[in-house]
Each structure stands twice: as C-alpha cells, then as structure tokens.
Design a protein around this ligand. Structure first.
Ligand code: PMP
Ligand code: GLU
Length: 397
C-alpha cells in the first residue's frame, strides 16, 4: 500500500457500501439475508421514465452531453425549484452530475482549501466527512443527540463557528436519522448565517419528498443568505432511480461554473440516456412519488411500533427519509455464544451473522451509540427482520 497516495490511504471505505457487500456475500453462500443496510428505495423506476430512456436510445442520444447537462433538463430543474420550492434560479445556475454524491464532492472540492473548517452536525451522511478529508478540510462536528431529535440548535451552530469556518453542510430530511428541520428551526440557523457573510451552506435535499410532516422547506428560501446556499438534490430517492446516477446542484453562478470546470476535467456530462429519463421524471409530476411516500410512511409506522417494544433499544419517530437510527448502547458489554458486544459495529456485525439482517454501524455517521436500519423493504420483510433482530438481541446478556 506504500505506493498509494496518502490521500487514498487516509480515506475510509464507505460503511454503507461495505455492509451491503458483506450482506451480498452471505446471500451468495445461500444464507437468507435481509438487507437493511443500503439506502435505496426497493421500488421500480416509474414506467414512463423507463420508456423515455428507451426512446432516448432509439433517438440516438448517444453523444457526449454538455458538461453541466442538457439545457432542457437544467431548465426543467430550474422550473421544479421554482414551482415546488419557491426558489428562483436561471438554468445556467444548475449543474447536473453523476448522482448527488458527485454534486456534493464537486462543491466541496470547489470551495474548500486545506485547513478550511467545515461544520457538520452529527449524525451526518457517511460520505460527508470523507469528502472533506479528500479536500484537506477540517471537519468540525456538532453533536445532536436522540433527545434533541438529532437536530442542532442555533446556539450550537454559533458556538462552532471560527474565523476558519468556510462551509456548513447538512441534510434535511436527514440520512441517517430521518429528522426534518422545521421552517422555524431553519430560520434560526439562517439568522446565524446572516451574521457571518463568509460562510457557505451546502443543503443536501435528496430526501425532500420523503417527508411525513408537511411541506419541505429549503434553507435557500431565506433571501438574506440564498446566494451563499448551494442546494443539492437528485432523482435517486424520489424517483427510485439510484442506479441511473443523476443529481444536481443549484448555486450562484460562480460556484456553478466552478463545478462545471471541475466536472469537465473529471467525468464530463452525466449519461445521456439517464438525463433524458430524468427530464421525463420532472415533466410528469409527482404522482408516483406520492404513492411511494405513502408506502414508506406505512412501513415507518409498522417498524416503529415493533422497534420501540424491543427492550434496550431507544428509538425516535423519524419524520422523513427511510431510516431508523436507534440507540443501542445498552447492549455494550453484553455477550452471546462467546461474542462480546463492545461497539455499535460489533452489534451490527452480530446482527448480520446471528440474525442475518444487515444494518450499518452508527460510527460511520459520527455516532458511536446507534445503528442505522433502512426500511426500504416490503412490510412483510421488515416484520421478519425486526423479529429476527429482537430474537438475536434477547440472547445477549
Ligand atoms: N445525500 C444523501 C444524504 C444520501 O443519502 C445519498 C445516498 N444516496 C446521497 C446524497 C447520494 O445520492 P445519489 O444516489 O444521487 O448519488
Ligand atoms: N445513500 C445510500 C445510503 O446511505 C446509498 C449508499 C451510498 O451511496 O453510500 O445507504
């Protein structure tokens, strides 16, 4: 490994991807594994979106695309942002990328110099800290506990700001906690940012529609800070298009042009077929999204009722996304069949090997006391999974 760069040697493997891989390996051995580690809707991509992709192939959408995406798609995104979010952007402020993951990486690499501080509330999505590391930034974590519904306060935010703070990044609805910031809570954070004009805000809104508590509010809707907010969104979750790899940023013109320049040297424009499919998704409205969200809400309620009955687990009711993030620290120090559980990772591996249910350790999301359970599976599978988890946990003493 000595020949590899320090950059890659210092980088951690994505735990979401690692757990999904371990689960698949067990399945390949013929073991009946329930995969609740990976965050992707189990639904199929809507039919009309698939048809648009087939048509794009037949119509020879096979050439390199403009780096920032087809103008029609960027215009449709700008229209969506206006119509659904009340946010006004010109199409040249939109950059389409190969998934929201690339959009996030673009923005971080365009804004962060070595030593710049990036404030990240914990729990946070697994790749944030590693992307910041790649840009040689310093991550400053703010701890949000289960008691505060995993959301930070304006006071906590202000206390974390230093002269080196360049960026604040968060997701709402949040992966891994499902917490959703209310309009008032966002207003109180925006009021802090108003006082610090050199700080940018990266708002990851990929779970925007998977929200069970009312209409989504973007922190970009506060005019005083809008120019410094970069909105990241995409098609993976709302339209069950994880494999198609289409995400985007909406930002001020300078940041959008910087992302275009970076992307032009690394990956160029996103897949032509996937972009045409994404265009259709936005043109055809939200019916399929609403159907999927109603199903997620039903599953959330079923899983919540079951999880909260398991002795030793402390769980909150998530308001969005499709994850539970229960606190499991009461099991630390307990053993079964010679295995002692000392960490959330030990517990997650125990559940995989004993219950054949894959979850992800909270450590990957900056919280050592929790595990993440994705409920993107059928109700029947989820009931089976939770009863397996309960049985395995009851063996620990
Ligand atoms: N942000 C969050 C919070 C996520 O959970 C994910 C995972 N899909 C992404 C960004 C990246 O999504 P995409 O599939 O569009 O790259
Ligand atoms: N975002 C999903 C998750 O959190 C997919 C995996 C990944 O991209 O890391 O599980």
């Amino acid at each position: 490994m000595t020949f590899l760069s320090k950059r890659i040697n210092n980088l951690s493997e994505s735990q979401t991807i690692k757990m999904a891989k371990l689960g698949r390996e067990l399945s390949a051995k013929g073991i009946d594994v329930i995969n609740l580690s990976f965050g992707e809707p189990d639904f199929y991509t809507p039919k009309h979106v698939k048809e648009a992709a087939k048509q794009a192939i037949d119509e020879n959408y096979s050439y390199y695309t403009p780096v920032s995406g087809y103008p029609e798609l960027r215009k449709a995104i700008a229209e969506k942002l206006l119509k659904e979010n009340g946010l006004s952007y010109n199409f040249d402020q939109i950059v389409v990328s190969t998934g929201a993951k690339q959009s996030l990486a673009n923005v971080i690499l365009c804004l962060i110099d070595p030593g710049d501080e990036v404030i990240v509330p914990t729990p946070y999505w697994v790749s944030y800290s590693e992307m910041i590391k790649l840009a040689e930034g310093e991550t400053v974590f703010i701890n949000a506990t289960v008691e505060q519904n995993f959301k930070i306060t304006a006071e906590q935010l202000e206390a974390a700001i230093t002269p080196k703070t360049k960026l604040f990044m968060f997701s709402s609805p949040c992966n891994p906690t499902g917490s959703v910031y209310t309009q008032e809570e966002l207003a109180s954070l925006a009021a802090v940012f108003e006082k610090y004009p050199n700080i940018y805000i990266l708002s990851d809104e990929i779970y925007e529609h998977i929200n069970f508590v009312g209409k989504h509010t973007s922190i970009a809707s506060f005019d005083a800070i809008k120019d410094r907010v970069v909105v990241v969104n995409g098609f993976s979750k709302s339209y069950a298009m994880t494999g198609w790899r289409v995400g985007y940023v909406a930002a001020n013109k300078e940041i959008a042009s910087a992302c275009d320049k970076l992307q032009g040297q690394i990956t160029s424009g996103t897949c032509s077929i996937a972009q045409r499919a994404a265009l259709k998704a936005y043109q055809d409205g939200l019916d399929t999204v609403h159907e999927m969200v109603a199903e997620f809400k039903k599953r959330r309620d079923v899983v919540y009722d079951l999880l909260k009955e398991i002795p030793g687990i402390k769980v909150n009711l998530p308001e969005g996304a499709f994850y539970f993030f229960p606190e499991v620290k009461s099991f630390f120090g307990k053993s079964a069949d010679g295995h002692t559980i000392n960490t959330a990772e030990d517990l997650s591996l125990y559940l995989l090997n004993e219950a054949h249910v894959s979850t992800v350790t909270g450590e990957a999301f900056g919280n050592e006391d929790c595990i993440r359970i994705s409920y993107a599976a059928s109700e029947e599978t989820l009931k089976d999974a939770v009863s397996r988890i309960a049985a395995a946990l009851s063996k620990l003493n």
